[in-house]
Design a protein around this ligand. Sequence first.
Ligand code: SF4
Length: 296
Amino acid sequence: MSGYARRPEWLKLSPLDSRILGPMRRLTLDLKLHTVCESAHCPNRAECFSRGTATFMILGDTCTRRCTFCGVRKGRPQDLDPQEPQHIVEAISTLKLSYVVVTSVTRDDLPDGGASHFAQTIRAIHDYNRAIAVEVLIPDFGGSRSAVEDVLSAQPAVLNHNLETVPRLYPEVRPQAEYRRSLEVLSRGRLLDDNLLTKSGIMLGLGESQQEVIELMTDLRQAGCDVLTIGQYLPPSLKHHELVRYISPEEFVEYQNIGRDMGFVSVFSGPLVRSSFHAAEAYLLATRKMPRGSGR
Ligand code: SF4
């Protein structure tokens, strides 16, 4: 199926409103920040921006990997901006955020993959206001355990790492990643802090079967993953991975029910669900069901 085949009704979106996108773009431009919302062409960005939320992307805007589904720029990255943590704090202060999602491109060129920069960013946010909950959506750091430990030493509220797709499709969708290595990021986080909320996300429509998705969900539960997001893959351009099919809203509901029966604390499953969409609400919902300190 072409990535631009006629979209079903449930995926038709209103045109993006420049009055909403403009101020957020100006703020990020002034502070030399990047949002994954813009870099990955997220379909929900107008809604998130209108609610004053955004997912900040640190470590620059250029990724050293070549995932075929992803709209983020690829190539040789720039030097790190040591002011970036402080600029994020300025954006948080301007936007009056109480919940922040911080993600990054993958920086295989850096000795620690950027883990210390993640930790500095979390600490800068907490120095500004300890009450702000920080969700980190981290890369796999090439499987480095010490990198995950470094990030967790700064005490984020949520550790998120997306599996993105089923293991059979990794060579064509995430050619430089490894399915088991990604699962280990989550199980490592769970091992280091039993009270940490762990989260992962996948896209459907890349050619996976229902059985493969259920096996992936089982693997996530075994790795101790609490929260799962499932959304429809929408190719950023014709050069990206082919869209194999649209998943119906009923199928998404089915996955939601399967996930709840498996014991996930929360499953957000729907055509427009993205990893960070309504992340603050997802966090509040999950912590209500599973208060920190519950020591699972
Ligand atoms: S590692 Fe992340 S940012 Fe880089 S290409 Fe893959 S999905 Fe995109």
